[in-house]
Design a protein around this ligand. Structure first.
Ligand code: UT7
Length: 328
C-alpha cells in the first residue's frame, strides 16, 4: 500500500464589501498613503462593518462558494477546522457555528489559535485525519475579523490589518497533495505580539477596557526580523528535507503581513519575485485568512503537479512551511 495524501481539491475566499483605504486612514490617525505603501505594500483593507456579523459568517460565505466549486454537498463534509484569533465567542468554537450555519449536519469541528500561522497549522492537522483514512472531506477555513481587535487610534497597528476568510477542501489522494511540513513555536515571542486582556490572565474589567488592552499589541521591528528568519529557515528546511532546489519550486505563498518581509524572504532564499505570490495591497493582513485568500486569487495560475511552498509567521511566536503538490 502506497502513501495516502491529503490533497487540496478546491479553494474559495470571501472579503466583506466595505473598504478602508490608506486615504481614509489619513483622516483617522497621523499617517499617510506614501508611508503605508512604502513600508508595508498595503493600499486598502476590507472591513466587516455589519455589527451582526462575525468571523463565522465570513467562513460560511467562503465555505458556501467552496462547496459550489467542488460540487460537494454540506452533508458530505466530515469535519471543519477554523483557524482564527477572533472567533465569534471565547467559547463555543467558531467551527461549530460554521458547520451549523452551513448545514454541515454530519460534521464536527474545532478552532485552532495560532495567529498568522493558524491556517498552516490547521491544514497540517486536517491532513492527518485524511492520511490516516479517518475522514474523506474536511474544510479548513482561515478567517479573522481583525477590525474587532484593532485600536483605530494606534497608527502602528490599525494600518496593517483587515478582515477576510478563505477556505480549502481536503480530500484523499493516492498520488499527491500535502507532502511535508515544518511547524515551529516559541512562547518567548508572546511579549512582542499579543492582546493584553480578555484572557484568563487578565479578564475584562472596566480598567482593561479604559486602558485599551483589548486590542492588538505589537512591537513591529522585533516581529519583522523574527518573521523573515522564521519563514526563510523553514522554507529552507522543508526544501532540504525533500531534496528540492529553487528550480523545483513553482510558487512560494507567504503569509501577507508586509511586502518588505515577503521580498526579504524571497531575496534571502534567492527566489525570483515572480514565483512569490502577493495580494497584500488589496486586503492587508487578514491574519489566518491571508494564505487561503492568496490561494483563491492565484488558483488560475496553478497547474496539476506544481510544487508550492506556503509559509507563515505570527503571534506566539508560531511559524512554519508546508510543501504541497497541486492536484488540479
Ligand atoms: O502578521 C503577524 C506578524 N506581523 C508582522 O509580521 C508585522 C511585522 N512588522 C512590520 O511589518 C513593521 O515593523 C511595521 C510595518 C509594523 C512598521 O514598519 P517599520 O519599518 O518597522 O517602522 P518602525 O516601527 O521602525 O517605525 C519607523 C517610523 C517611526 O518614527 P520614528 O521613530 O522613526 O520617528 C514610527 O513612529 O515610522 C513611524 N510610524 C509611522 N509613520 C506614519 C509608525 N507607524 C506609522 C504610520 N504612519 N502608520
Amino acid at each position: 500500500m502506497g502513501r495516502k495524501f491529503a490533497a487540496i481539491t478546491g479553494v474559495a475566499g470571501y472579503v466583506p464589501e466595505d473598504v478602508i483605504t490608506n486615504f481614509d486612514l489619513e483622516k483617522m490617525v497621523e499617517t499617510n498613503d506614501e508611508w503605508i505603501v512604502s513600508r508595508t505594500g498595503i493600499k486598502q483593507r476590507h472591513i466587516l462593518k455589519d455589527p451582526t456579523k462575525a468571523t463565522s459568517d465570513m467562513c460560511v460565505e467562503a465555505a458556501k462558494d467552496l462547496l459550489k466549486k467542488t460540487n460537494i454537498s454540506a452533508e458530505e463534509v466530515d469535519m471543519i477546522i477554523v483557524a482564527t484569533v477572533t472567533g465569534d465567542y471565547v467559547f463555543p468554537d467558531t467551527a461549530n457555528l460554521v458547520a451549523t450555519k452551513l448545514g454541515a449536519t454530519n460534521a464536527f469541528g474545532f478552532d485552532i489559535n495560532a495567529a498568522c500561522s493558524g491556517f498552516i497549522f490547521s491544514l497540517v492537522t486536517a491532513s492527518k485525519f485524511i492520511e490516516t483514512g479517518t475522514y474523506k472531506k474536511i474544510i479548513v477555513c482561515g478567517s479573522d475579523k481583525m477590525s474587532s481587535i484593532l485600536n483605530y487610534e494606534d497608527r502602528a497597528t490599525c494600518i496593517l490589518f483587515g478582515d477576510g476568510a478563505g477556505a480549502v477542501m481536503l480530500e484523499p489522494s493516492d498520488s499527491s497533495g500535502i507532502i511535508d511540513a515544518v511547524l515551529k513555536g516559541d512562547g518567548t515571542g508572546c511579549e512582542f505580539l499579543h492582546m493584553k486582556a480578555g484572557g484568563s490572565l487578565n479578564p475584562a474589567t472596566v480598567e482593561t477596557v479604559q486602558n485599551r488592552e483589548h486590542y492588538v499589541y505589537q512591537e513591529g521591528r522585533v516581529v519583522f526580523k523574527s518573521a523573515v528568519k522564521g519563514m526563510r529557515d523553514t522554507v529552507n528546511e522543508v526544501m532540504e528535507r525533500n531534496s528540492l532546489t529553487n528550480e523545483d519550486i513553482d510558487w512560494i505563498i507567504p503569509h501577507q503581513a508586509n511586502k518588505r518581509i515577503i521580498l526579504s524572504v524571497a531575496d534571502q532564499l534567492d527566489f525570483s519575485h515572480e514565483k512569490v505570490l502577493m495580494n497584500i495591497e488589496k486586503y492587508g493582513n487578514t491574519t489566518a485568512g491571508t494564505i487561503p485568500l492568496v490561494l483563491n486569487d492565484f488558483e488560475h495560475k496553478f497547474k496539476k503537479g506544481d510544487k508550492i511552498i506556503i509559509t507563515a509567521f505570527g503571534g506566539g511566536f508560531t511559524w512554519g512551511s508546508v510543501l504541497i503538490e497541486w492536484m488540479y
